[in-house]
Ligand binder design. Structure first.
Ligand code: ATR
Length: 281
């Protein structure tokens, strides 16, 4: 008898991850005999986890901080998104090969496809931040055909590294340029942690945006960040960041459990209820 598929999210720490809730809800919904669990894996134990996948003790899994770069290094093969972004967040076996994929760019684009119709028609974007999330966003924007992407970051050399990595569509700037670049963007994306619960808001004069511009945030706690609230008040169409988290989970679920899962309001409401519960302590 074949064993039930078993997948994980591995992080250090991992307690905050919503992935078990998302995948657990899909397993129940589709009546799949499978397991998805959170495992706290210290950096020195990460190589052993990969051995366990190769040995069939796990079907595959998600990796999160601090393992995304090591996963990138140690897989046998990477998908195109992982190559472009430089990090792996999803692992699965393809025959004898351990494959590492990155589903964050897919998640970002699928969220906008669902909640920001017309975003693919834009050609110029302003991306705030130059960390790991920014890389996924840049890959998605380039794939969607954006021709001019201005990356604004506090540490300008980090933005310059991304410009060098992603090619001539991408240019790097400091925050002093943010308001000027804003006035030229079809789409404005926050990938910094600013606006997150307990962090200061983004220093951005959103009233200078084009009237038809769209705005999105990868922060989803709170769901309506001060940046998104201000953008909506200015008349921009907006999409919150929760959809990216939900959609990025779908490709992994299909790899391990064989069914493409739906991202719908019921799933969204489930995760929002969990976030609310966490916020109440
Ligand atoms: P992630 O992988 O989630 O993108 P990260 O790599 O730590 O996380 O990147 C966080 C981003 O938020 C960076 O662009 C960071 O700017 P720096 O590269 O200058 O550190 C940005 N950020 C975090 N706190 C900030 C602050 N107080 N002011 C401006 N930018 C900030």
């Amino acid at each position: 008898m074949a064993n039930a598929p078993r997948a994980f999210v591995a992080g250090h720490p991992v307690g905050h991850s919503r992935s078990p809730l998302i995948h657990g809800s899909w397993l129940m919904r589709y009546g799949i005999d499978g397991v998805y669990s959170a495992v706290d894996v210290a950096p020195e134990d990460f190589a052993a986890l990969l051995i366990d996948i190769r040995a069939g003790r796990w079907t595959g899994g998600n990796v999160t901080i601090p393992h995304k770069e090591r996963a990138f290094e140690f897989v046998d093969r990477r998908d195109a998104a992982a190559e472009a972004i430089g990090a792996v967040n999803t692992l699965w076996m393809d025959g004898e090969e351990l494959v590492g994929g990155n589903t964050d760019a897919y998640g970002f684009a699928a969220n906008l496809d669902q909640s920001l119709a017309g975003w693919r028609d834009g050609s110029s974007a302003l991306v705030l931040g130059a960390g790991g999330a920014s890389r996924a966003v840049l890959h998605a924007l380039i794939e969607a055909g954006y021709k001019r992407i201005d990356v604004v970051n506090r540490t300008v050399p980090r933005a310059e590294q991304l410009a060098a990595r992603f090619g001539e569509a991408v240019s790097a700037h400091g925050w002093d340029e943010a308001d000027n670049r804003l006035a030229e963007a079809d789409l404005i994306v926050n990938t910094t942690s600013l606006g997150m619960e307990g962090q200061p808001p983004l220093p951005l004069d959103i009233t200078r945006a084009r009237t038809f511009a769209m705005a999105t945030d990868i922060v989803y706690v709170p769901l309506q960040t001060p940046f998104l609230e201000m953008a909506a008040r200015t008349g921009l169409r907006t999409a919150d960041g929760l959809g990216m988290l939900l959609h990025q989970a779908a490709p992994g679920f299909e790899h391990w459990f064989g069914t493409w899962p739906d991202v719908d309001d019921a799933l969204r409401d489930l995760v929002i209820a969990d976030l609310d519960k966490a916020a109440q302590g």
